[in-house]
Design a protein around this ligand. Sequence first.
Ligand code: ATP
Ligand code: ZN
Length: 650
Amino acid sequence: MITRIRMPHRHLTPPAKPGPPREPPKPPAGQPQPVGGRWLFWWILATLVIVLLLSRARSGPRSEALSYSDFQGKVGASQVQTVDVNDKGAVDGTLKDGTKFTTQIPTALGTGAQLQQQLTSHHVQIKASQSSGGGSAWLSVVFAFLPFLLLVGFFVWMGRRAAGSMGGGLSAIGRSRAKIIEAERPTTRFDDIAGYDGVKQEISEVVDFLRNPGRYTAAGAKGPRGVVMVGPPGTGKTLFARAVAGEADVPFLSVTGSAFVEMFVGVGASRVRDLFGEARKRAPSIVFIDEIDALGSRRSGGPRLGGNDEREQTLNQLLSEMDGFDQSSGIVVLAATNRPDALDPALLRPGRFDRQVTVPLPNQAERAAILTVHARDKILDPDVDLDAVARATPGFSGADLANLVNEGAINAVRGDRTRIERHDLDAARDRVLLGRRDSSNALLPEERRSVAVHESGHALVAALCEHADPVAKVTILPAGVTLGVTEQLPEAERHLYSESYMNDLLAVRLGGRAAELVSFGEGSTGAANDLAGATQIATRMVREFGLSRELGPIGYASPHQVFLGEVTDEPGRPPYSEQTQRIVDEEVTRLLRQAEQRAISLLRAHRPALERLAGQLVTHETVDGSAVLDVLRRERSKADGKGDGHTVSA
Ligand SMILES: Nc1ncnc2c1ncn2[C@@H]1O[C@H](COP(=O)(O)OP(=O)(O)OP(=O)(O)O)[C@@H](O)[C@H]1O
Ligand SMILES: [Zn+2]
């Protein structure tokens, strides 16, 4: 493989392509419209207006606060027009020049009678009123509660938003309790799932239990409560859950783990409660929680939005719901994850998700079966060989295979056909495998030549190494970050690799760079990925597999726990001395140098074949494995003067 990298001096400022005008995402039809944004806006606006009006009403026009002595002075000077005195002695008044004023009569001094006399003698109009009467009391209550109202409004809004993010038929929960959740009754059956007989058998116990929970209670047996299905994405875990519900003919309530994890403490827990409330109403039933790791991950998971409190509360609620099942109720919780290592151990305790079912990537026979299932309703050309497709798709998940058949059908439609032909599936496979071809990133002519030489190097070394997997295809069509790919396919699926296989693997990996060295006298940045891969293989050979003379039969667990393709860093010191580390480093270097040397000498010895194959790639862009063998055969027949044409080992 050869990959592109971006050096800082190129594409300093990538031209910003104006994307297609984005339409605002439309809410899916049938689902209640998330009215969040506008709702909040009006709420805030209305509140602000009310606050403004109230504060004006309260303070009224500007008025001057006078001391009692000043007030008396003004009365004495006949400047006061009216006073409004309440029973607590608070005075609102008007001066003759129209100015409003307030003051407080010191009632404690018993000034009432004297003041009244003074006022009447100066012809001041007197009014009396009740203190903090109706209107203003109401106002203060409103004022006291305003912040609270605002908050309530905000929470209601968040709640609506959150409810909107919940999946499927459950979107009703949390939005309005009056709205009844539509529990699904899937029609999926085990027959719709190809292969995986082992998984079907393991999980059929759940079906059995759901069909007849009473039988278990009668025998005093505890039925299954929780089953967690573990496997890479797209392997049909959701499909299995639906099939269990379909086979047992019970309602299916499904939700995604991440829908429980919200910003506010308590929201998730109440959703769990609602979910199980619904499940109990419909029991026997199945609750399916996809991506359970989102809510059930180890509590040491580090802080995240909203803190860990929320997730912990949600998780605890889930645990207590599961603990609280009445055995006869007949609710089974199925969960799916592709990161079982991340699950909180509390989830896996007896009585909870105490059963784990592994749903691996399909093997070759299963791939063929899955392809057949998805080709059921399509017309295939007689020369389509699904077994061959299955052989050419190692590492494909069920979802990938379903996608492949569909892409094939789309290709047929493009060709104005209803019948899917072999090349439709080939093209579909390349698309699924390599992503969409990227024609806008066309290579410069000299780059094409480099890529062609590089890939020819991989291909020839692979063809020349006895233990390497045969070459299926070589291409210099760029796709994503890869500029070219040499693809090898094992004759049969391997489960065990010999030392010679590993060494050949290294030579093939380094063959691309070796070809650059042989052909141009220098390497390039394109080999970075190859080098990293080769180094990783060599390191594992030395550290884990005991495949080095110097270190001997010692195996250390991988410092990276590679699980289902996900690499998690495990901090800490390596479990061996610096001395050992030095030997590991030396041995890794030795293996790599040795492999590179082998690749270089192979390619030097077959220089004409290298140039010819590279030339073919430049013209045809893609050649298949037989073309590689042809090139070698022709080279040999030229050298010998006769072609034996069958074996091409060096
Ligand atoms: N064994 C199978 N037989 C037939 N179809 C399959 C099989 N496995 C997967 N598929 C197809 O792949 C699709 C996706 O599978 P599904 O969504 O169940 O995978 P998943 O494991 O739940 O994925 P994720 O982990 O991404 O949620 C299915 O709808 C089905 O079309
Ligand atoms: Zn390469």
